[in-house]
Ligand binder design. Structure first.
Ligand code: GUN
Ligand code: ZN
Length: 435
C-alpha cells in the first residue's frame, strides 16, 4: 500500500494565470490548509479539518503558519557556472571569455562535473527549487553527471549538452557532427528516464556554425518531444555580432528559425531586444521566453519587457541564469523581476511573481501537467516558506492585511532562511528541511 502523508500549513493553489484572470478566480488561499501526499503525488488538497477527518490514520507534518507552495521551477541555469557565480566587472562576451569558458573547460573531468552537479543541486534544494532546466558543457560527461545527481535526489530536471563549434577556445569546441552524435546518444540515454528529460542545446548562434545549427535542427525534428533551449537577444553587442555572423538572416531569431530551431518546445533565454517580427514569430510558434532578471542587471544586459510578453500571451518562465545571474534563489529572482518590472512601468503582483516562479516556468518547459501547481494528481514537489524568517521580514509581515502583503516581504527580502522545508516527489529533501 502506498504511504499517505498529510502536510499542514497555509496553501496557495493557482487554478488560472493571474496575469489574465482576476486574482479571486485565479488562486485559492487556505489559511488552515492541507495536502494529502500519496506515492509521490498530491492526492488531495483542502482545509485541514476536512482532510484530517477523512484521513485519520495518515502521519502528519504540521508547518503551522508557514506557506506551502509548489517547489520553485528555475527555467534557465548553467550548473557548470556554480563556482564562478558573482564574478566581477564584465559584460556578456568578456564575461564568457574571461570567466565562463575557462571554468567550463574543467568539466572534461567527470569527477569535477559530478562534484559540482551535487553541490549545485543541494544549493538549489536549500532555496526551495525542485526543478531546473540546465545547460551543461560541451562534454557529454557533464550531462551524465548532472542527470545522475538529479536522479539521485529524485528531482524532475531538464538538461542538455551545450554545443559550440566556433568562437570558443580550443578544448571547448565540438563539431557539427559530434554535437549531433553526442546529443543523440545522451538524449537516448536520459530523455524520459524517470523524472528526467533532454533539451537540445546550441549555446547561442555566435558559437555555432550554420552547419551545427542545421544538424541540431535535424536532431530536434527527429525528437520533437524534447525541448530546444538557447539564448536570444541578451545584449546589444551580441545582437550586432549575430548580425555580422549571419548577414543573410532577417534578425537574431531567424538564425535559429532558418535551421528548424523554432517551434513548440523552443525555450529562449533573455529575449530582451526583440524586433516586432521576432515577437510575432515567437508567439505564432508558441515558443517560450525565459526572464532572467538578476542576470540582466548583473551582466548589464537590459530590461525584459514583461508587459509586452504577457500582453502577447507568450509563454514566459522565470530563471536565475546561474552563474550569469547573481543568485541561486528564486525568491531573489522574483524580487529582481519585480524591480525590473518597476523600471519598465509594469508592477508585477506577488501572485504573478509566485505564478511565474512555479506554473509559469513549468509551462515554459511544457511540464505544467506534472509540476508547478498544488492540485490533485500533480507531482508532490513543494517548498514551505516561513513568512517571518528574519526580524526585518517578521515586523513587516506582522502588519499584513492579507496573504499578498504577508508574502511580499519574503519575496523582496527573503533568502534560504525562509525555506523551512523542500519536498521532492513526496519526500522531505534532506538538505533543506529545517522543521
Ligand atoms: N549567452 C551565451 N552563453 C551564455 C551564458 O552562459 N550565460 C549568459 N547569461 N548568456 C549567454
Ligand atoms: Zn544562460
Amino acid at each position: 500500500m502506498l504511504q499517505r502523508h498529510l502536510i499542514l500549513g497555509q496553501t496557495l493553489a493557482f487554478t488560472a494565470d493571474p496575469f489574465h484572470v482576476p486574482l479571486g478566480e485565479a488562486v485559492r488561499h487556505e489559511r488552515r490548509g492541507a495536502l494529502l501526499i500519496e506515492g509521490g503525488r498530491i492526492a488531495a488538497l483542502g482545509a485541514t479539518d476536512a482532510l484530517r477527518a477523512a484521513n485519520p490514520e495518515a502521519p502528519v507534518t504540521d508547518y503551522g503558519d508557514a506557506l506551502i507552495l509548489p517547489g520553485f521551477v528555475d527555467a534557465h541555469v548553467h550548473y557548470p557556472q556554480t563556482a564562478i557565480i558573482a564574478s566581477w566587472g564584465k559584460r556578456l562576451i568578456d564575461w564568457l571569455n574571461g570567466y565562463t569558458f575557462p571554468e567550463e573547460m574543467r568539466f572534461a573531468d567527470p569527477a569535477y562535473a559530478a562534484e559540482t552537479a551535487a553541490r549545485y543541486l543541494d544549493l538549489v534544494l536549500a532555496e526551495g527549487t525542485t526543478t531546473v532546466c540546465s545547460y551543461c558543457t560541451i562534454h557529454p560527461e557533464s550531462v551524465d553527471a548532472f542527470f545522475a545527481a538529479a536522479e539521485a535526489r529524485g528531482m524532475r530536471a531538464v538538461a542538455g549538452k551545450t554545443c559550440m563549434d566556433r568562437n570558443a577556445p580550443e578544448g571547448l569546441r565540438d563539431t557539427a557532427h559530434s554535437a549531433y552524435d553526442d546529443s543523440k546518444a545522451l538524449l537516448e540515454r536520459w530523455h524520459g528516464r524517470g523524472r528526467l528529460s533532454y533539451a537540445v542545446t546550441p549555446r547561442f548562434s555566435p558559437t555555432s556554425t550554420p552547419e551545427q545549427l542545421e544538424a541540431l535542427g535535424a536532431l530536434w525534428a527527429e525528437h520533437p518531444d524534447c525541448l530546444m533551449q538557447t539564448h536570444l537577444s541578451e545584449q546589444t553587442d551580441e545582437v550586432a555580432w549575430v548580425a555580422s555572423l549571419f548577414p543573410d538572416a532577417r534578425d537574431y531569431l531567424d538564425t535559429y528559425e532558418r535551421f528548424g530551431l523554432l517551434g513548440p518546445g523552443a525555450v529562449f533565454g533573455h529575449a530582451i531586444y526583440l524586433k516586432d517580427r521576432e515577437r510575432a514569430r515567437l508567439k505564432e510558434a508558441d515558443a517560450a521566453l525565459v526572464h532572467c532578471p538578476t542576470s540582466n542587471t548583473f551582466i548589464g544586459s537590459g530590461l525584459f519587457d514583461m508587459g509586452r510578453a504577457v500582453a502577447a500571451r507568450q509563454r514566459v518562465g522565470l530563471a536565475t541564469d546561474t552563474g550569469g545571474g547573481s543568485s541561486f534563489s528564486m525568491l531573489r529572482t522574483m524580487a529582481a523581476a519585480y524591480e525590473i518590472g518597476q523600471l519598465s512601468g509594469t508592477p508585477i503582483h506577488p501572485a504573478q511573481l509566485l505564478w511565474l516562479a512555479t506554473s509559469g516556468s513549468a509551462r515554459a518547459l511544457r511540464l505544467d501537467d506534472r509540476i508547478g501547481r498544488l492540485a490533485p494528481g500533480m507531482e508532490a514537489d513543494l517548498v514551505v516558506l516561513d513568512l517571518a524568517s528574519t526580524s526585518a521580514i517578521a515586523q513587516r509581515a506582522a502588519r499584513a492585511d492579507d496573504i499578498w502583503q504577508a508574502v511580499f516581504p519574503t519575496i523582496m527580502m527573503g533568502d534560504d532562511r525562509a525555506v523551512r522545508a523542500t519536498w521532492v516527489n513526496g519526500r522531505l529533501s534532506g538538505r533543506a528541511g529545517r522543521s
